[in-house]
Design a protein around this ligand. Structure first.
Ligand code: C2E
Ligand code: CA
Ligand code: CA
Length: 399
């Protein structure tokens, strides 16, 4: 994380005592530029001065001259560039919904905090800056189109990174998720959310998926030659399930590269299952008959119904990182994760928690009986050679 002294902190709260406390906490964390305001009226004349990417605004939702929702709306209208932290004495559900609203208005929100504030949760929210800064890359406007993407696929400019998954109870390595990246001459590495959507929109996704599957099998064969058995999960899109020959295609690769198909799991999101379910079920059943694993990804964020969970032969349920992020601070998120793990258990599915970044999250997931974790805490997604180094080191310690 950038040093906090590189940021300007703008504190907006009518409670003078709270302003003092926040200021104290910030100083303790190394912040040097702290400005305090007790009303919007007081802030307004200096607002443009603070409207920079290096500003962090901590604001209350109940101010004497304006309510918090209106304030957020105004910040969006004025295209506030800084980060926002909502600090409020109100119910945490209300804070959460204001946070969601602010994100929906394209404001950069670090999180919400309930009063009375405590130092640990305060410093944790500010630690989020690091990840937020990385996510900002996504906002850069990329001038790419389907033609350029097709060329990138043909030129093999799309490469794969691998993120390890480990067992919660003993940290033993259990496999990796394969994630795609586009190495672009001008933009550097383009994240998948950008080009996967482009591929989906322009009918390129099955070409891209086949390319990724092929690369994955090639890599698994290499690792197999190096005596490394790496079970992998590959993300597939809604359109991929429309191709009746997907299972056969995977079997062909499995024979060509001499890789056991049971090493492969396909991750599909809930939104893959809204369309023509019977036809998709045919593809899915044939995948399962060939021992290919099937994971329901981003669980809880889409349109899942329990009926689908019951009827589709999933082997794994993946809890989305948006629930894991606050599992140790939000009661609602804790309860959602708990319920998901229990549900998975009843259905005989293995559970994977993604986006695990902190030790405390692991402790909670262990207590709740989650099976597998994946996240920056253990490793970021790594290019194949770096992944191999990570894996050998990890195997030497844990297995
Ligand atoms: P996803 O399937 O939910 O993948 C997990 C995302 O979380 C990855 O982002 C991963 O880098 C990120 N992540 C992992 N651990 C942490 C953590 O501890 N903290 C945080 N904040 N993030 C973490 P990535 O690689 O940018 O991928 C984004 C999405 O793009 C994926 O979400 C997936 O839906 C899609 N995607 C990626 N590769 C492929 C692909 O080959 N095919 C398809 N169809 N979709 C892909
Ligand atoms: Ca995934
Ligand atoms: Ca996810």
């Amino acid at each position: 994380m950038d040093k906090l002294s590189n940021y300007d902190f703008v504190l907006l709260d009518d409670d003078e005592l709270l302003l003092k406390l926040e200021k104290q906490f910030l100083k303790k964390l190394g912040a040097t530029n702290v400005y305090t305001y007790q009303s919007v009226k007081e802030l307004t004349p200096e607002f443009q001065l603070h409207n920079t990417q290096n500003t962090i605004l901590l604001c209350d939702l109940k101010l004497p001259d304006i309510d918090g929702v209106e304030l957020i709306r105004q910040l969006a209208q004025q295209q506030f560039q800084g980060y926002i932290v909502i600090v409020s004495g109100t119910e945490h559900r209300i804070i959460d919904s204001v946070v969601t609203m602010a994100k929906g208005l394209h404001l950069k929100v670090l999180g919400g905090m309930q009063k009375p504030i405590h130092f640990p949760s305060f410093s944790k929210i500010l630690q989020k800056l690091q990840y937020k800064e990385q996510q900002e890359v996504v906002r850069t406007p990329y001038k790419i189109d389907e033609k350029k993407l097709r060329t990138a696929i043909n030129n093999e400019d799309i490469f794969l990174v691998y993120q390890p998954k480990v067992r919660v109870e003993n940290a033993k390595f259990v496999g990796a998720e394969v994630l795609a990246r586009w190495q672009h001459a001008e933009y550097g590495v383009i994240p998948p959310l950008i080009f996967i959507e482009l591929a989906e929109k322009h009918g390129l996704i099955s070409d891209l998926t086949y390319y990724i599957l092929n690369k994955t099998f090639q890599q698994l064969a290499k690792w197999q030659q190096h005596n490394l058995l790496v079970p992998v999960s590959v993300n597939i899109s809604e359109a991929d399930l429309q191709y009746i020959d997907l299972p056969e295609h995977i079997m062909t690769l499995s024979h060509r590269y001499d890789i056991d198909p049971s090493l492969i799991t396909l991750e599909i999101t809930e939104s893959c299952l809204i369309g023509d379910v019977p036809q998709r079920l045919e593809v899915i059943s044939r995948l399962r008959l060939r021992n290919i694993g099937l994971s329901i990804d981003d669980f809880g964020t889409g349109y899942s119904s329990l009926e689908k969970l019951r009827n589709i032969p999933f082997t794994e349920l993946k809890i989305d990182k948006s629930f894991i992020q606050y599992v140790n601070s939000s009661k609602d998120d804790y309860n959602i994760v708990k319920a998901n793990i229990e549900l998975a258990k009843v259905l005989g599915l293995q559970t994977v928690a993604e986006g695990v970044e902190e030790k405390e999250q692991i402790a909670i997931l262990k207590e709740l009986g989650c099976d597998i974790i994946q996240g920056y805490y253990y490793s970021k997604p790594l290019p194949a050679d770096e992944f191999e180094v990570w894996l050998r080191k990890h195997l030497a310690i844990k297995n």
